[in-house]
Design a protein around this ligand. Structure first.
Ligand SMILES: NC(=O)c1ccc[n+]([C@@H]2O[C@H](COP(=O)([O-])OP(=O)(O)OC[C@H]3O[C@@H](n4cnc5c(N)ncnc54)[C@H](OP(=O)(O)O)[C@@H]3O)[C@@H](O)[C@H]2O)c1
Length: 232
């Protein structure tokens, strides 16, 4: 156990598998107490972590695209305070402008851009005054770095997320909390696919170190898993 870890009470949204699961496992491994969410009642990879984590892990339920579920989670957690709120939930989409349906476009935008901000608007006051609110963005959300194109719709959803988070930060400019948009690198998960550049082990322990290291720095930063600033 690492008693110097600064985010000891973690609320993690979207942790059934992939990067979210790995973030939960990393914090539990450091001795933090983690409330992590899945959607639905099915058993997930996160449930297997319960066997190792014991009381360090609580599993909650929310689909972030249903505001009433987010409100309900807020009510269940009303008496709690967390050091870190991390909204990891997100979806990928391979289609481009030429072939995406309007309903798929809306689904991706609502999931990746609107819903994470709704989550932090609803749950933000559960976070300690010197705590951190983080959202999983992507390097693909960078407008400045988009030289190669591809994955237009996914990119656009993460750029919209970044813009909404900048507006949130502007509205909360006197807030002492740390605000983070994070780019984990291209990682082998269901979303990243088998040909991704990084393994989960190469991304997530670093990413968690960066989150903990930035605690206490008020204002918004867009950082990659190595702590480098990503161009907006
Ligand atoms: N892998 C990469 O290369 C990469 C790169 C940059 C950014 N990211 C971002 O990192 C995050 C995690 O990605 P991943 O690679 O771990 O993908 P993943 O393996 O597909 O996992 C996505 C996670 O998000 C959850 N989720 C999706 N929609 C949700 C909703 N409406 N409400 C609640 N939870 C929801 C999923 O839950 P279910 O199991 O219920 O579907 C799952 O836990 C995403 O935001 C993604 O955009 C990934």
């Amino acid at each position: 156990m690492n008693s110097t870890l600064k985010n000891e009470r973690v609320l993690l949204i979207g942790a059934s598998r992939g990067l979210g699961y790995a973030i939960a496992a990393e914090y539990v491994g450091h001795g933090s107490h983690v409330v992590a969410t899945v959607r639905g009642e099915a058993r997930t990879a996160l449930h297997n972590l319960l066997d190792i984590a014991g009381e360090l892990l609580e599993i909650e339920h929310v689909d972030i695209t249903f505001p009433e579920q987010v409100e309900s989670l807020r009510r269940r957690l009303a008496s709690r305070t967390f050091d870190l709120l991390f909204v990891n939930a997100g979806v990928g989409v391979a289609e481009s402008v030429a072939d995406v349906t309007t309903s798929e476009f809306v689904r991706v935008m609502v999931t990746n851009a609107l819903s994470p901000l709704r989550v932090i608007e609803t749950l933000g006051d559960l976070i300690a005054a010197d705590g951190t609110i983080a959202i999983m963005s992507s390097g693909q959300g960078s407008v400045a770095n988009n030289e190669g194109g591809g994955f237009d719709i996914y990119r656009a959803s993460k750029s919209a997320l970044n813009q909404l988070m900048r507006s949130y930060a502007a509205r909360h400019r006197d807030d002492a909390r740390t605000l983070l948009l994070l780019a984990p690198g291209w990682v082998k998960t269901d979303l990243g696919g088998p040909h991704a550049r990084l393994t989960v082990e190469e991304s997530i322990p670093n990413l968690v170190r960066i989150i903990d290291a930035t605690r206490g720095h008020a204002g918004l930063q867009y950082l990659d898993y190595q702590g480098k600033i990503v161009a907006w």
